[in-house]
Unconditional design. Sequence first.
Lengths: 266, 394
Amino acid sequence: MNMIVCCKQVLDPEAPPASFKIDPANNKVVPPPGVPPVISPFDEQAVEAALRIKDNQGGKITVLSLGNNLLRDVVKKPLSMGADELILLEDEAFEGGDSWSTAYALATAIKKIGEFDLIFCGRQAADWDAGQVGSGIAELLGIPSVTVAKKVEAVDGKARVERVIADGYQVIEVTLPALITVSNELGEARYATLKGIMAAAKKQPIIWKPSDIGVDPSQIGAPGRRSKLFKLFQPVREGKCEIIEAETPAEAGTNLATKLREAKII
Amino acid sequence: MDFNLTEEQKMIASSAKEIAEAFGPEYWRQKEEKGEFGDEFWKAIGDAGFVGIAIPEEYGGSGRGTTELLTAMEELAANGCGMAGVWYLILTEVFGGLSIVRHGAEEHKRKYLPGIAKGELEFCMALTEPDAGSNTLNTKTTAKKQGNEWVIEGNKTFISGADRAKGMMIVARTTPKEKVTKKTLGLSLFLTDLPHELVEVKPIPKHGINYSHSCQVSFNGLRLPENALMPPQDLGWYSVLDTLNPERMSFTAAAVGIARLAINKAVDYSKQRKVFGDVPIGSYQGLQFPLAEAYATLEAARLLNFKAASLFDNGADAASVGAAVNMSSVAAVENATKAVYWAMQVFGGYGYAKEYDIERWWREINLIRLAPLTHQMALNYIGEHVLGMPRAYY
Ligand SMILES: Cc1cc2nc3c(=O)[nH]c(=O)nc-3n(C[C@H](O)[C@H](O)[C@H](O)COP(=O)(O)OP(=O)(O)OC[C@H]3O[C@@H](n4cnc5c(N)ncnc54)[C@H](O)[C@@H]3O)c2cc1C
Ligand SMILES: Cc1cc2nc3c(=O)[nH]c(=O)nc-3n(C[C@H](O)[C@H](O)[C@H](O)COP(=O)(O)OP(=O)(O)OC[C@H]3O[C@@H](n4cnc5c(N)ncnc54)[C@H](O)[C@@H]3O)c2cc1C
C-alpha cells in the first residue's frame, strides 16, 4: 500500500488568542513571537489514518509539505510518528498561495511521485479552514475523493470509509487510487516516540523546487491565486449575557427554547 | 557557544509538550486529591520512550543524555503536569536507570534496564534515614556479609515510590564509621527486588505531591545475594553522587517548569482580571516586577542547569558538575518559590482555591528547598567547594 499524506505547517491554533495579530495593510497574519508553528492537527490525524493502515497491512507513507522556510523539527513530526519519507515543496515561489495554487502544486508533485494507492489530507487546515485542497488535488488527478472520514480501511483494492455527517456517519466504498480527507472523529494521533524522533532527526527530507516538479510558475504561490483576499480583520466580539427568568425550571426551559428559536439558533 | 537545541531535542520537547497537554492540571488535581498514581500518564510516557531517554540503546533505551532528559522533564512540567511530569521520571529513570547505567554490573544492567526503559519496572532509592538526611555519612543501615549473602538491617525514611516500586537501590554501611580511614568511605550500594516480606513499607502522609507516596522503610534482616552489591564495595558515597547530581538537576528542571506553568497562568489571568476601573491587574507594577524578576533569574538557573547536564554527560569531574548543579539549584529554589508565591498573589483569594491549581503548585514548589538537598546544604557546598571558604560543620 503506497500512501501519501499532505501536511501543512500552520501557526499553532492553541496559541493564546491574545497573541493573535494581523497586519491589515498587507492582509497578513503576524506570527506570534515565541509560539512555534505546528503541523495542522487534522493533518496529523491524516498521518494517523495512514499509520493505522500501515500497522495492519504494511506499506509506505510519503509525507508532502508545501511552503517556504519550513521548520525542520516541525515538518519532520510525521516521520517521528512513523511515516517513511518526507518531501518538501519548499521555495519562496510557493508563498502566498490559495487553495487552488496549493492543490495544483501538490497534485503536480504527486504525479511526479507516481505510484500511490491512497492520498490523505486533513479535512481542512487549522489556519484558514478552507477545506478545499484535498478535493482540489483529487479533481486535478482525476481520482475519487471522500471527505471528513472518521475511519478508513483498505480492503481488496478498495477503501472503506466512514464519513461523518451531521447526525451519524455514512459508510462509503471507493476504488483505489483515491483521496480521503480526515476529520478529528478519527481519534487522537499517536505521540512521537523517542525512537521515532531519533530516526526522524537522521532522515533528510527531499526538497523539490518548482522547476523540479515542472509546475507552471504563473499558477503557483501568490501569482497563481484564483481567489482574492479583500480584507483581513479581527471582528470585535461582544459578549452579552441574558438571564432567563422563570418560576419553575420547566418554564425556564420553555422560555429559553423560545428565545433560541426567535434568534434562529434552533 | 551554541544555545540552540538540536532538531532532535526540539522534537523531544514538542512531544513532551503534547503529552503534558493531554495530562493537564485537571488530571493531576484529581489524582492528587485521591492520592492516586497517574497510571495513564505513566503509560503514555513509557510508550513514547521517555523513561528510557538516558538508558543506552543496547538495553532498550534511546541512548541520549541528561540534557535530553531535562528537556523532556521541563516541558512536561511547564505544559500542565507540574511536579508530576518530573517526579516519576526521577524515581525510575534517575534513581534506577542512571544509577545502574553508571555503576551497575553487566548483570544488573541486563536485569533491570530494559524494564526501566519501558516504564514497566518502577524504581526507588533508599538513602535518607531518620538520622541521616543532610548528612548521608551518618548512615546507620548496615549490610553485613554472612556466608555468601548480605544481611541488611536498618530504617530509611521518605523513600518515594517504595510502596509501588519493583526495584530499590539501598545505601548501606559495609564498614563501620569508626573503622574507616576517611569518613566518605564505608558505604555501599545494593539493589533489591520489591515487594519483599523483610522490607516493611509505610507511607508518610505529606504536604503535597500526593500522586506519589513517600514511605518509611524498615529492613528487617533482608537477605540479598552476593551480587546484589553494586561495586566497588565501600566506595558507595562516590558512586551515589552520580545519582544525586542528576536528581538535583531534575529538581531544577521541575522548579523551572512549575514556575513557568504558574507564571503563564498568572499572566493570562492578570490580563483579564479588573479590580479598580477598567485596567487589568496585570498592569500594576506591584505584580509585574516580582514576576519579571523571578522569570529572568529562572532563565539563568535553567541555562546553568543545562551546563551542569552537559558537564555530566561529557564525563566532567564531580567537582565541576557539583559546582554547576548546586549553583543552578540555589537560583532555581529561590526564584521558583518566588514565582509561585507571586502567581498565587495574582490570583488573590482564588489562588487559595484548589480549582485554580496554584495552591497545588505551591505545595509542590515547597519541597524543592527541602529535598533532595536542602537549600542551606547547596549554599554550604558553594561556600566550601566553589569559594574555598572554611567549613562550618563537622
Ligand atoms: C517528599 C519527600 C520525598 C523524598 N524522597 C526521598 C527518596 O525518595 N529517597 C531518599 O533517600 N530521600 C528522600 N527524601 C529525603 C530528603 O532527601 C531529605 O529530607 C533531605 O535530604 C533533608 O534531610 P532531613 O529531612 O533529614 O533534614 P535535616 O538534615 O535534618 O535538616 C534540617 C534543617 O537543618 C539544616 N541544616 C542541616 N545541616 C546544616 C548545616 N551544616 N548548615 C546549615 N544548615 C543545616 C537543613 O538545611 C534543614 O533546614 C524525601 C524527602 C521528602 C520531603
Ligand atoms: C480562604 C478564604 C476565606 C475567605 N473568607 C471570606 C469571608 O468569609 N467573607 C468574605 O466576604 N470574603 C472572604 N474571602 C475573600 C477575600 O477577602 C478576598 O479573596 C480578598 O479580599 C482578595 O480579593 P480577590 O480574591 O477578589 O482578589 P483581587 O482583588 O482580584 O486581587 C488580585 C490581585 O491583584 C492585586 N491588586 C488588586 N488591585 C490592586 C492595586 N490597585 N494595586 C496593586 N495590586 C492590586 C491584589 O493585591 C491581588 O494580588 C475569603 C477568601 C479566602 C481565600
